[in-house]
Design a binder for this molecule. Structure first.
Ligand code: PLP
Length: 424
């Protein structure tokens, strides 16, 4: 029976039952974590061989004879570019292989635009009003970058096709202080949404009042499939080119969740013109990135096909974990009508929408029972979820036995917070 259809007495007896279950969990002194989207130790072990892929000085030479122990090669080894270019669907000239973090490239690129401009002949963004579009719910660290730069963040609701494009098109057409948008176009963090072809085309073609409007296309999960029928994403760089806006988009990706987070390889892709511009500024800040790590990745994977096979091993480990959480939600929450979620086809998260006004309370109840979740509100700019409803669940890190308990605690907390709300 749906909780919203229960009488006051039925709710009171439901609450007493759930409270007891919750108190039992609390008494167990649990210490579990479903907060951050991290690979588990078992996933990290898949890449054991990367640690020894470059064993000696003789292994340190690139195909063209470059000694990777030495300076040089700002935009990455040709063989690293060849390996990773298909991931983003670009040519080597449209790609720079950087250091260990795509988030770092995003911060850095936006900081460059603030200090020096985008290279489109417009003024740098410093000392001017800048607004930034933020599809919500979204990735907290994206929002933080643009918040710390002093931009005003504008919420754009997500639906099953991506950001609300009617709203995006209207805003960017009218307001030249809107300089960009964050997008996680495939298996989005946290909703799992993959942008439809129509959304991609509209983003590429829309008229923007700002001549220096940029799309940050963070394709962090482009090869993280959880299904035999993976989602398909249109290549936005091609669409921008076709629509006459060739320099609109910067694409990003990394191997953080493919090999080792923090010790992988990150990359940025864009039009050749933009890549030249970025390189002209990068050359001032570094002589080159870690080519030995690029070489390790090249030697470990060999081909893009092997990289794809490697991703199947990740899937085999994490798919059962998604199932544990989804099954618990289906069994415990769906019949009560006190939450909604989608089964993602890939990525790292399940996005849970509680009854309005319940998310903070659910996170608090989980915390007091020893289960850490990403803080309620984190999926919104400034940490403010206007409905206090969205919670990001990250099932990949805990071992399955722990995850089962954590999912049960979560379901119990959802029930308790919801019944409290309905009785209030
Ligand atoms: N982009 C998205 C959408 C993410 O979810 C994450 C990590 O969770 C990152 C980027 C971080 O990437 P990196 O490790 O390459 O900095």
């Amino acid at each position: 029976m749906k909780l919203t259809e229960m009488s006051a007495e039925e709710l009171a007896s439901f609450k007493a039952e759930v409270q007891k279950k919750y108190d039992d969990f609390k008494a167990q002194g649990l210490s579990l974590n479903m907060a951050r989207g991290k690979p588990s130790a078992e996933q990290l072990d898949l890449t054991e061989g990367l640690l020894t892929a470059v064993k000696s000085s003789e292994d340190c030479f690139a195909e063209d004879g470059t000694d990777c122990r030495n300076y040089g090669g700002l935009d990455g080894l040709p063989e690293a570019k060849a390996l990773f270019a298909p991931m983003l669907g670009v040519t080597p000239d449209e790609l720079i292989i950087c250091g260990n973090s795509s988030l770092n490239i995003m911060y850095d690129t936006i900081a460059k635009f603030v200090l020096f401009g985008t290279g489109d002949g417009e003024k740098p963004w410093k000392d001017t009003k800048v607004k930034w579009l933020c599809p919500v719910p979204g990735y907290d660290r994206h929002f933080l970058i643009t918040e710390k730069m002093g931009f005003e963040l504008v919420n754009i609701p997500m639906d099953k096709n991506g950001p609300d494009m009617d709203m995006v098109e209207k805003l960017v057409a009218e307001d030249d202080t809107i300089k960009g948008i964050w997008c996680v176009p495939m298996y989005a963090n946290p909703t799992g949404t993959t942008y439809s072809d129509e959304v991609v085309k509209r983003l590429a073609a829309m008229k923007t009042k700002a001549k220096d409007f940029k799309i940050f296309w963070d394709n962090a999960y482009c090869i993280h499939h959880l299904s035999d029928t993976p989602d398909k994403l249109l290549n936005i760089l091609d669409e921008c080119e076709k629509a006459g806006n060739p320099d609109r988009v910067y694409m990003l990706a990394s191997t953080s969740k493919v090999t080792f987070p923090g010790a992988g390889v990150a990359m940025i892709a864009s039009s050749e013109k933009n890549i030249k511009y970025l390189k002209s500024m990068m050359t001032v800040q570094t002589i080159g990135y870690d080519k030995i790590n690029q070489l390790r990745h090249v030697k470990f994977f060999g081909t893009y096909e092997n990289l794809m096979e490697h991703m199947k091993k990740h899937r085999a480990i994490i798919e059962p974990k998604f199932k544990i959480v989804l099954d618990t939600l289906e069994k415990e929450i769906a019949p009560l009508g006190i939450g909604s979620w989608e089964k993602p086809n890939g990525g790292y998260f399940i996005s849970f929408n509680a009854l309005n006004g319940c998310a903070k309370r659910i996170c608090q109840l989980c915390k007091e029972a020893g289960v850490v979740l990403t803080g309620a509100g984190a999926t919104y700019p400034y940490g403010k979820d206007p409905d206090d409803s969205n919670i990001r669940i990250a099932p990949t890190f805990p071992p399955e036995n722990e995850l089962k308990i954590a999912a049960d605690v979560f379901a119990t907390a959802v029930k308790l917070a919801s019944v409290e709300k309905l009785l209030a």
